[in-house]
Write a protein that binds this ligand. Structure first.
Ligand code: G3I
Length: 315
């Protein structure tokens, strides 16, 4: 029987899923579908700073190791997420002086990147560094303590720690050609000039019926800089309850996004941000919205599953 994984393998693309450590450990059906339907994994939370270095110098890799082991056992690639973010970073980091914060960042990236060298294929080195207002830099504790150079420091450190990993900058609401993606473009140009950047991750947390009309051209301009592009956290949320026409519309939206990547040689693949609708972060953050993924809670396939399969060239 045809799977997303089979179709993506044939196409030479990644079809990825963000996985939860606890589901992967405790739920055989979840494990089975993750292994059969996907050829790439991202840890939904287990590689973030609060999970890997909760206190200064005390590294905890149980969860991240389990996910990387699972991927290796199943012949899957791993997209690492993430070193430098303004969320899920412990308060001990946030309170440091610029000099001490730089040292903590360098130690953290070196330790995590070295541990997974050769096993994690690519990293979201920085995540969500641009704000939502007119493409200004995000006013984070990183920026306030270290200045804009924190981004270059992160990439230089990651490059030296694992020269073979592909290094990405990752963000949301940059799928369209807009002020925010313009700022990412400027940052990307600077990093490319220093040989520090390999790709741009377009998270793609989308709303039903709102796949941007400029998405294809926008990805292309990053490819034209010599970069890879990747859809890193795809989900398409619906105002609940979702009826059958909305699920059909969602399938069309998924088909469009996956087709854009399928038809772009330098798009490395698409990762969906969770397996079942009930696994998604969406209802917790956007009350009244949900059903954004490819599988129902009973693991049955939604219409969007079939449209992704067809966008990957099968089904
Ligand atoms: O680990 C604790 C657990 O001990 C506790 O019992 C439980 C009670 O709420 O919380 C658990 O932590 C939660 C964590 O997920 C792990 O499940 C946090 O509260 C919750 O806030 C956290 O949410 C994650 C969110 O990032 C944090 O900002 C979501 O699962 C995750 O899907 C989401 O992913 C982000 C990407 O990393 C970056 N792009 C946006 C995307 C969606 O927000």
């Amino acid at each position: 029987q045809t799977t997303l994984r089979g179709a993506a393998d044939e196409l030479g693309k990644d079809i990825g899923v963000a996985v939860s450590y606890s589901q992967l450990m405790n739920n055989a059906q979840y494990r089975n579908i993750v292994a059969t339907e996907f050829n790439s994994l991202t840890a939904e939370n287990a590689m973030k700073w609060d999970a890997t270095e909760p206190s200064d110098g005390n590294y905890t890799f149980t969860q991240a190791d389990a996910i990387v082991d699972f991927a290796e056992d199943n012949g899957q690639t791993v997209h690492g997420h993430t070193f430098v973010w303004h969320q899920q970073t412990p308060s001990w980091v946030q309170g440091l002086s610029g000099t001490a914060m730089r040292a903590a960042m360098v130690d953290h990236i070196n330790t995590v990147a070295n541990r997974y060298e050769g096993r994690v294929d690519s990293w979201d080195v920085v995540n969500e560094v641009v704000s939502d207002s007119n493409g200004a830099m995000r006013d984070s504790f990183w920026l306030r303590a270290m200045g804009e150079g924190y981004i270059t420091t992160a990439f230089q450190t990651a490059r030296a720690a694992d020269p073979n990993a592909d290094l990405y900058i990752n963000d949301y609401s940059i799928e369209a050609d807009n002020a925010k993606s313009d700022r990412i473009y400027t940052i990307a140009q600077g990093l490319v000039g220093q040989g520090l950047l390999d790709g741009v991750g377009f998270q793609s947390h989308l709303i039903l019926g709102q796949v941007p009309s400029t998405m294809e051209a926008n990805l292309q301009r990053f490819v034209d800089l010599g970069l890879k592009v990747r859809i890193t956290e795809l989900d398409i949320r619906i105002a609940m309850p979702a009826d059958s026409s909305e699920l059909a519309r969602q399938a069309q939206d998924y088909e469009r996004v996956v087709s854009i990547c399928a038809e772009l040689a330098d798009c490395t693949g698409v990762t969906v941000w969770g397996l079942r609708d009930g696994d998604s972060w969406v209802p917790g953050v956007f009350p009244g919205e949900g059903a954004p993924l490819l599988f129902n809670d009973d693991y049955s396939k939604k219409p969007a599953y079939n449209s992704v399969l067809s966008a990957l060239g099968d089904g």
